[in-house]
Design a protein around this ligand. Structure first.
Ligand code: ADP
Ligand code: MG
Length: 563
């Protein structure tokens, strides 16, 4: 509901931006016909106040200000668009070069980018402008010189990750040249980033143009809005009433234009946000090892729960000093009576504890990162990308009014830089992997059985190739046969994808057969953890013994049947 609201709102704002820009472009294009007078001719007396002949009055020598304003649109937009085009082209070329060629080229280009980005923009533009002399060419040069660097840096990161994508690697391995790969894969993938950046760059360029013109670095023969302000200032318009018609209109024109480009640019950017989020996340992931190299060289297990204590409210405890790890490709079963703290541990691993809960000691490491210490944004990126949850209730985890396929596409797009088309390919692949036909993509949740829905949420949990998967009673509500099938599927998938898989379950006989190790919880404490066969045949803790004895043994069932 709120999502829908945001969508229509942003669409409306985009429309406002487009209308503003449309009117401006029209004004600029039709300036010679729209403007009532030649802006360079003296058509009335100096400092004339607005009248029916001269709507915005005149400047200090009798130029018609309305005509100047209309012609000014031409200059401001021209410089803004051309400078942004140049900056975007340079930025894109540099970003691709650095990200694709890497090595020394990358190092050198990124040092230059760092320098450009760290320089204060306005003083820099003034220095260059003074050396190059005033004029439109100078403005374009100066503006593009300061604006290309940000884009280059963003695109480099994007290209770096694209380069490592399987399908591009495969094509390169088959001998595809860089030009082919760039044209066929890289350019189309980064275009959704480049276009909104271009629009937003135009906005900044127009502001910079106005600043430069105000400082006297614009074209003297053609007055932009900034130049109008500059002249108004130089001729002391501020000391008379003339500022109302001389200063306000160009000021408002600049503000409205900037607003138009900002609205449109942000709207386009929002539409390509999945790409941005994934890209920003990857950027951080790449940056991390360089900032903080691991102290010890021992590889950490994908999931480490280390002395975790969780309390609810003031006294109620959910977990007490729980410690265990799950290795890559390992399946650990977590068993224990209801209320023993299994869900508390599961939720803590995902950073999803209810607000009443507090971690009072210990920590959870997912791929070596302390879940509780991560800022929200990074935690969100972590979920779905490194760790994901297979929820208990498949039905409530799925949106009833959207098809299975579109929900899976969305889950993929949120975390990956890829097109809708690629996301759909991945969706179909995943559906097949979990034993549902690709033709199920068009189905709605209510058209599927409980077991099938559970397969869908498993597929969604795998969508972004996580290292760790947590399943909290993934089979509750399914009949015994489906339950065994789903657990067997999970067993299969963790082998195939080398997942660190933690399954919370009540079904001791089945988990005993498929899990590598079993952890037993009672009253918030981990009372025993051991290999599945040890737990099944030689339980150490009395509680485990009771649990094992109470569970219907498959062997004994078979024996009974045989008898
Ligand atoms: P399990 O999943 O093994 O059934 P839980 O982790 O849900 O166990 O619960 C462990 C303990 O924490 C229980 O004693 C329960 O009363 C308490 N608990 C769980 N969730 C909450 C909550 N939201 N508020 C207060 N206490 C809770
Ligand atoms: Mg539970």
């Amino acid at each position: 509901m709120s999502l829908l609201g945001t969508k229509t709102r942003s669409r409306r704002l985009a429309l406002v931006g487009a209308v503003i820009l449309g009117i401006l472009l029209l004004c600029a294009a039709a300036a010679p016909w729209l403007a009532p007078y030649d802006p360079t001719e003296r058509v009335t007396r100096p400092f004339a106040a607005p009248s029916t002949d001269h709507w915005l009055g005149a400047d200090d020598v009798g130029h018609d200000l309305l005509s100047m304003l209309i012609h000014g649109a031409q200059i401001s937009l021209f410089v803004g668009v051309v400078a942004a085009l140049v900056a975007t082209t340079i930025g894109t070329a540099m970003g691709i070069a650095a990200g694709y060629v890497r090595g020394a080229v990358d190092t050198v280009l990124m040092r230059i980018v760092d320098v450009v980005l760290s320089l204060p923009v306005l003083p820099l533009t003034i220095v260059i402008g003074v050396f190059a002399g005033p004029g439109l060419g100078t403005q374009v040069m100066v503006i593009s010189a300061v604006l290309w660097a940000g884009l280059a840096r963003e695109l480099r990161a994007q290209v770096l990750t694209l380069r490592e994508r399987d399908y591009i690697q495969a094509e390169r391995a088959m001998g595809a040249g860089p030009v082919y790969v760039l044209r066929r894969h890289v350019l189309p993938a980064i275009l959704p980033l480049v276009i909104p950046q271009f629009v937003l760059t135009v906005k900044t360029a127009i502001l910079l143009e106005a600043s430069l013109a105000f400082l006297g670095l614009g074209d003297i023969s053609a007055a932009s809005w900034g130049a109008m302000l500059s002249m108004a200032h130089a001729r002391n318009a501020f000391l008379t009433d003339a500022w109302v018609w001389w200063v306000l209109p160009p000021g408002i024109a600049i503000a409205v234009t900037v607003l138009g480009f900002a609205l449109l640019g942000n709207a386009i950017e929002e539409r390509s946000r999945p790409i941005l989020t994934a890209h920003q996340y990857r950027l951080r992931r790449k940056a991390r090892p360089a900032e903080a190299p691991p102290v010890d060289e021992i590889p950490v297990a994908p999931l480490v729960v280390d002395g975790l204590t969780v309390v609810y409210g003031e006294q109620g405890s959910g977990a007490t000093k729980v410690s265990f790890a799950v290795e890559a490709g390992e399946l650990v079963g977590l068993v224990g009576e209801s209320g023993s703290g299994k869900s508390t541990v599961a939720a803590a691993t995902l950073g999803l504890l209810p607000s009443a809960a507090r971690i009072t000691s210990g920590r959870v490491l997912v791929s070596g990162r302390d879940v509780a210490a991560l800022p929200n944004e990074e935690l969100r990126a972590l979920r779905g990308n490194r760790i994901s949850l297979i929820p208990q209730e498949a039905l409530s985890a799925l949106n009833p009014v959207r098809s299975i396929g579109s929900q899976m596409d969305e889950a993929i797009l949120v975390h990956r830089p890829c097109s809708r088309h690629e996301a759909r390919d991945r969706t179909l692949e995943l559906l097949t992997q979990v034993g549902l036909g690709a033709d199920r993509a068009a189905a709605y949740p209510h058209q599927l059985s409980g077991g099938m829905r559970q397969r869908v949420v498993i597929a969604m949990a795998l969508a972004n190739e996580p290292d760790v998967v947590i399943a909290d009673e993934p089979t509750s509500g399914l009949d015994v046969l489906r339950e065994a099938e789903i657990l067997a599927l999970l067993d299969d998938l963790r082998r195939h994808h080398s997942l660190a898989l933690l399954i919370v379950t009540h079904n001791l006989p089945v988990i005993e057969r498929i899990a590598d190790r079993i952890a037993v919880m009672k009253d918030g404490e981990l009372v025993e953890i051991g290999t599945a066969s040890q737990i099944g045949t030689d339980p150490r803790h009395p509680y485990t013994r009771r649990l094992v004895d109470a569970a219907p043994r498959l062997e004994s069932l078979r024996e009974k049947v045989a008898r």
